[in-house]
Write a protein that binds this ligand. Structure first.
Ligand code: ZN
Length: 408
């Protein structure tokens, strides 16, 4: 075997061993070196060497004294050094840019947000993202060496192969090279992904999703998107664009145009934005007095929340709007269930926080279109509500750190 092959092999092997040891320490929080030897099957000197590196070079592990002895020498305990390392998470949405500084134990230490100024365009929004990162660092007076990465969730078609956002109807962006834009401005390792896939990743690693290997997160707010987990892994597809649930066609004869350019997309017919439009039309037809009262006769104040409120107070027309919308959603979600057979569906986003008035007609509609008619479908809200994407962004960076893709 040529010498260079041998060298590559041993380097790869070392890294694999190191990743394995760090993952175990991360998952167990505190563990003895002897137990790491037992779990990994590595030799005691190899484990000692890796642990030394993780403590003195990478600063990701620390000694935490000695454990209980069962007769022999008390074991040396080590733990994940989560409170001396940091991660920054960004949720880049069409309404708000939110930023959070966390330690590696997933304790949120600081949070800030600015409105997304869509009219100012791409470059200005990227500047705002970088400004939030800097402000989080400065406010806490942190040495940037201690920040192991920035995770960013973006609403749009993220092409992970090219580091591009191919298309984002929410932002009106097409073919923007976000990898390059951030590289020029952020002096820290950074990683990004679609915001709803990150919701699914956060759910899988830190939320109720831990208990399931197969689930879908549906994000229903201004638009509609999904993050899919199959057999314990988030689904990316060929270029990283899997999960565009909002753009499946649920009515090919519809004359409602979607922001993507097609007609009859689920997002065009069933998002929070659509509920608001249907509410405004209802107001124009002067059909609902309850709605008129709720919006104080100003149609500009009609949003999805107000329609839910009108429906809750018994307004027949508002309830009809919800029935129309949940029927389209039912078609979409039943198709997902028929296709992927998930154990549970997690719903996130503003619209899904409306409780029974939303979920009851929705479950009925889904059941109508399921191939297994008697299947009981489990639908739950996402574990972290408004923080779902941010927890996912945290999870993205932690995964990279544990695999040593993020360390400088
Ligand atoms: Zn569409």
């Amino acid at each position: 075997m040529p010498l260079s092959y041998k060298k590559v092999d041993s380097t790869v092997m070392n890294k694999m061993n190191k990743v394995q040891v760090l993952s175990i320490i991360h998952d167990r929080k505190t563990i003895s070196r002897a137990d790491i030897v037992k779990i990994t099957g590595l030799t005691p000197p190899t484990v000692s060497r890796i642990v030394e590196q993780l403590i003195n070079h990478d600063c990701l592990v620390k000694y935490t004294g000695v454990g209980d002895s069962n007769g022999g020498r008390p074991p040396v305990m080590v733990s994940f050094n989560g409170d001396e390392n940091y991660v920054i998470e960004i949720d880049l949405g069409a309404t708000l840019i939110r930023g959070v500084l966390s330690d590696l134990n997933n304790n949120m230490l600081m949070e800030m947000q600015v409105p997304t100024l869509l009219e100012k365009g791409y470059e200005s929004i990227i500047d705002d993202v970088v400004n939030i990162v800097e402000r989080l660092l400065n406010k806490r007076g942190l040495n940037r060496v201690k920040v192991l990465g920035v995770g960013i969730g973006i609403a749009g078609l993220v092409n992970l192969k090219k580091g591009m956002i191919d298309f984002s109807p929410d932002f009106g962006w097409e073919a923007v090279n976000i990898q390059n834009s951030l590289k020029q401005r952020i002096n820290l390792p950074f990683f990004f992904d679609n915001s709803t896939r990150l919701m699914a990743l956060g759910e899988l690693n830190y939320g109720l999703g831990k208990n399931y290997g197969n689930f879908v997160v549906i994000n229903m707010g201004y638009g509609i998107a999904s993050g899919i987990v199959v057999d314990g892994k988030t689904v990316f597809g060929f270029q990283g664009k899997a999960g565009e649930f909002g753009h499946i066609i649920v009515d090919p004869n519809s004359n409602v145009k979607c922001k993507c350019g097609a007609y009859g997309c689920l997002e065009a017919l069933a998002s929070g934005r659509r509920i608001a439009v249907l509410g405004k039309e209802l107001f124009e037809r002067k059909k609902s007095q309850k709605l008129a009262k709720l919006c104080k006769n100003d149609p500009n104040l009609i949003d999805a929340k107000l329609i839910f409120e009108a429906a809750r107070s018994g307004d027949k027309d508002a309830n009809e709007i919800l029935e129309t919308v949940t029927n389209y959603l039912g078609i979409g979600i039943a198709s997902l269930v028929n296709l992927l057979d998930p154990e549970v569906i997690f719903m996130g986003g503003g619209v899904s926080s409306n409780g029974d008035i939303f979920f009851e007609p929705l479950i009925k509609a889904i059941q109508k279109y399921l191939i297994s008619r008697n299947r009981i479908l489990d639908i739950k809200p996402v574990t972290f509500a408004d923080y779902a994407t941010l927890i996912g962004a945290f999870s993205l960076v932690v995964n990279k750190i544990i695999r040593f893709e993020s360390l400088r």
